[in-house]
Design a protein around this ligand. Structure first.
Ligand code: F0G
Length: 455
């Protein structure tokens, strides 16, 4: 039986405040939408203008955050909480951390060449504890849920949010409920939420349908919603951009390219850069561009067809199941980021995604399909002249290669597009395919193979 305590919500108003992104109202209940205009909420820090985050200036914060990398304290070892001055105030005892963040920035020389760039970098958020960027936001929002007294947390997901939420709930002694679209997420992601002990429901609908059901469930039950409309998640996800700039010695790149699904990550990265500029960490904003799959392209259509006036939802379909989303909640936040940074939106085909994923894999790095849209999109942005070959570009890779091993195996065996409308177009992928070879257990056979591989 579910037993739920009525939570006592206490936001730390001294540090942060909720503000509606639509009407600007700040006197708001701690919910996820404005009670006046129903728009999403964001977190602001009223004290920063006078005192700076934690009462410190940009130079002192840069030093402090770097120093914490040598600390043995668990919050300091987290690549999210070592930036705690720019996060909402959550008491140390309530922090749930699995040492998220501190993810690598890799050079991708071969992908650079394939995109027509002199150099190219990837910030690999798939190198987080549960294998996706979701951990950076989840540590903050799950900690907030625990501090607020909730015993249950829940999310609708295409697989990564649910894996992450289940892990953080388990670490924090919370119960978790997962709603996922039946048959439309990768098995490895589903297995994670089972392994971490979530109650996992496969609903016979898509992601957007799962969101609709969950929104009603949280109205009826004292369950804390951990979807990305939760503004605390966005705060945690901001830290990836702070960390990226730290890795670049606080010299902003020219472009950051992000995959777009529910559009919270692009919003978070944009918010981080806006705050960095406001606080004097950087003097200019990189252009932030969002790439979607052609079959799940509501933001692309919205910008191209009505100039961003009103969201055009779509019936989403793509093999990059993480971003199989037709009605993205955070579209207005993402639109603002693209506009104020001067970024672009682009869409890429299923075959382009598969090719880009294989190219990232062949660098010895790998990522899941949804992350590979960034490289596929970059190629188009270079062809259009929006990105110049000598510019500094960072792709945000959001998920680990092992998140969707099924996709990778089918790709290399040549089965991925069998029986689909993309079958003939997918012939271009042949040179990237490495099907496993079955041989007799003979030394000669292996030596012969090596000889022929050398030629
Ligand atoms: N990449 C991966 C690997 C994802 O899992 C997601 C979203 C995105 C990109 C898109 O990020 O939604 O912030 O625009 N996955 C969500 C989930 C929706 O439920 O795991 P976004």
């Amino acid at each position: 039986m579910l037993q739920m305590a009525e939570p006592a919500i206490q936001a730390e108003k001294s540090v942060s405040q909720l503000r509606c992104i639509g009407c600007g109202e700040t006197a708001l209940a701690d919910r996820f939408r404005c009670e006046h205009c129903r728009d999403l909420l964001e977190i602001i820090y009223p004290g920063w203008e006078e005192r700076g985050p934690g009462g410190l200036d940009a130079a002192s914060l840069k030093r402090l955050w770097l120093d914490r990398r040598t600390s043995l304290a668990s919050a300091d070892q987290s690549g999210v909480w070592r930036f705690r001055e720019i996060l909402p105030g959550i008491s140390q005892q309530q922090v749930i951390t699995i040492r998220e963040g501190n993810t690598p920035l890799y050079a991708l020389p071969h992908c650079a060449k394939s995109a027509g760039m002199q150099q190219l970098f990837a910030k690999h958020q798939g190198m987080n504890p549960t294998g996706s960027f979701k951990d950076t936001g989840m540590t903050v929002a799950a900690s907030f849920a625990r501090q607020a007294g909730y015993r249950w947390v829940a999310c609708a997901s295409t697989g990564n949010t649910s894996a992450s939420m289940a892990a953080y709930a388990a670490r924090g002694g919370l119960h978790s409920l997962v709603l996922i679209p039946d048959g439309k997420i990768s098995w490895s992601k589903l297995s994670q939420s089972l392994d971490y002990g979530a109650i996992t429901c496969q609903l016979k609908t898509d992601f957007d349908g799962c969101v609709r059901v969950l929104n009603e469930v949280v109205e009826r039950m004292p369950v804390y919603l951990l979807n990305s409309v939760n503004p605390y998640r966005v705060e945690g996800q901001k830290t990836a951009a702070f960390e990226l700039l730290e890795q670049l010695a606080w010299e902003p790149p020219d472009h950051i390219i992000v995959p777009g699904g529910n559009l919270a990550n692009s919003s978070a990265i944009g918010k981080a850069l806006r705050e960095m500029k406001q606080l004097g960490f950087i003097s200019r904003l990189p252009k932030i561009s969002v790439v979607q799959a052609e079959g799940a392209n509501p933001l692309v259509r919205t910008i191209r067809e009505n100039g961003g006036e009103k969201l055009i939802p779509v019936q989403a379909d793509t093999m990059a199941t993480a971003i199989r989303i037709g009605n993205p909640a955070s579209w207005k936040k993402a639109l603002r980021v693209i506009r104020e940074s001067g970024g672009a939106v682009e869409q890429v085909s299923e075959v382009e995604i598969a090719m880009a994923k294989a190219e990232i894999g062949a660098e010895g790095i790998g990522c899941e399909p949804a992350s590979a849209v960034t490289l596929a999109g970059l190629k188009k942005l270079v062809q259009q002249g929006f990105v110049k070959p000598n510019e500094m570009v960072v792709l945000v890779l959001t998920g680990h290669s092992l998140k969707d091993a099924d996709f990778t195996l089918k790709f290399h065996r040549g089965d991925l597009f069998a029986g689909t409308p993309y079958e003939s177009e997918s012939k271009s992928l042949k040179p990237l395919q490495r099907s496993p070879l079955v041989l007799e257990p003979s030394v000669d056979a292996v030596v012969e193979l090596l000889r022929s591989a050398e030629n």
